[in-house]
Design a protein around this ligand. Structure first.
Ligand code: DP6
Length: 335
């Protein structure tokens, strides 16, 4: 029998970064991270669970077949949680570039975990009834984390925190908390990144002499950022976010061999934003495992930010506000 669900999730942009894993589990973070879920970017995921099939799972994202091995820990955990067997057929779609440093793995894996859990719990219940999945967000977050750490946060809307060593993230404020808060995303280049965040993260853990200092310093930054969000203090949040991403990159630059994601346009954007701030505009950039620039700012300052950075963009500049957590619908059974 087939069980279908469709989910929608939005990427989780970290203001204080998850960078480095603890031993003893899958994607257990070595540091706390604090993030915002971005409404205007989205991943959708259609999952069909065929309980009668023993063929391998099939995963297609934006019409490209994916290596199932990257998805097996997540899908196996879903089967185990619901006590079902069978084969998943997955079709994912991102409304924005995949694996380009725009956090597609956070929303993609959050969407996958929610839809797969929905289908699996549907299958584990008695036949002939449409269910809305009886799965709570903590379970989705724990299982999404097995696909990609940052996905644990994308399960929740608004502002989130994921503590060091924690199996799940949690929401600290919902998406209505800070209505004027905006993130301007400036994609300075299209195309996939040269080295995955997972590989880069592991390399810095193993080889950067600055890694221990990064781990020691991160909890304070997470606390300051959480407080700044609680006070809607954009300057404090922006300054803390800059410290976090620049210290994260310090561990990458000092790895062996070094990890270098920045492009000339990334550096030009950093310089222009410093000039904007000197002129009184509230705008602070952050970066992830890629060259793209994301600017933390207010609704009021968005035009000035776009004006300053638009010519550096290799695509559409996107203006994002805090968005909802993952949602899932399961229409019922097909015989
Ligand atoms: C720089 O969540 O992609 O975006 O757990 O190995 O899948 P894995 O890593 P991933 O790393 C995200 C790193 C980051 C910072 C962040 O989102 O916190």
């Amino acid at each position: 029998m087939e069980h279908r669900c469709r989910s929608v999730a939005h990427p989780s942009l970290a203001v204080v970064k998850y960078w480095g894993k603890r031993d003893g589990g899958i994607n257990l973070p070595a540091v706390p991270s604090v993030a915002v879920t971005l409404a205007e970017l989205q991943s959708t995921c259609d999952v069909v669970l065929d309980t009668g099939s023993s063929r391998p799972d099939r995963i297609v994202v934006n019409d490209e077949d994916q290596e199932p091995v990257h998805f097996e820990p997540l899908l196996d955990a879903v089967r185990a949680a619901a006590g079902v067997s069978g084969r998943f057929a997955v079709h994912g779609h991102n409304s924005f570039p995949t694996a380009a440093g725009l956090a597609s793995s956070s929303s993609g894996m959050a969407a996958l975990a929610a839809a797969a859990l929905g289908a699996a719990f549907d299958a584990s219940l008695s036949a002939d009834r449409a269910v809305s999945p009886p799965v709570d967000r903590a379970v989705i977050s724990r299982i999404a984390r097995l696909g990609s750490g940052s996905a644990a946060r994308a399960v929740y809307g608004g502002f989130t925190r994921w503590d060091a060593g924690a199996e799940t993230a949690r929401r600290i404020h919902d998406e209505a908390w800070w209505p004027e808060f905006r993130v301007v995303v400036v994609p300075v280049v299209r195309g996939k990144k040269p080295i995955s965040s997972r590989t880069a993260m592991e390399r810095t853990r193993r080889t950067s002499p600055y890694y221990d200092a990064w781990i020691a310093d991160a909890p304070l930054l997470a606390d300051v950022a959480e407080n700044a969000i609680g006070n809607r203090d954009l300057r404090r949040l922006g300054e803390t976010a800059r410290l976090s991403y620049l210290r994260m990159f310090a561990t990458m630059f000092s790895a062996d061999p070094p990890v270098q994601y920045w492009l000339p346009a990334s550096v030009e954007a950093q310089i222009r934003l410093a000039a904007l701030r000197n002129g009184g505009v509230a705008a602070w950039e952050t970066m992830d495992a890629g060259p793209q620039i994301k600017v933390l700012t207010s609704q009021e300052a968005v035009p000035a930010v776009i004006d300053a950075l638009q010519d550096l963009s290799d695509g559409n500049v996107l203006v994002c506000s805090p968005g909802p957590g993952v949602s899932v619908e399961c229409p019922g059974h097909a015989p």
